[in-house]
Design a protein around this ligand. Sequence first.
Ligand SMILES: [Zn+2]
Length: 122
Amino acid sequence: MTSRRKQLIAELQEAEEELQDLNGRLDDKPEFGFGEGNTGAYSWEMSLARKERVMTRIEALEEALTKVEKGSYGQCERCGNQIDPERLEILPATALCVDCAQAESAATPFGGKATPRTAAQS
Ligand SMILES: [Zn+2]
């Protein structure tokens, strides 16, 4: 379980570095008007969309770390069952087992908390 903690901390640091980087980019907010299709505003908006995803990831990682400390890591938040270790390898910050994650995404097909990746591209 300590190796899991290290993995989560490493991922958290990585996400925080990315957040710093994005914050730096977002400071260079283009002064010119939005909606003219200029590339500056476009990449600024892309950075903003990425920042939102990184912040969601940081939140999930912090929650996962708290659970490691409490000893409840790896338990599904919804049904209380153990989450498949293979799933945790791929998604160490996940709080839901496969069944519950599928049930949640079926319940909110257009988002809820998570922003669909395609929305940033259209
Ligand atoms: Zn579950």
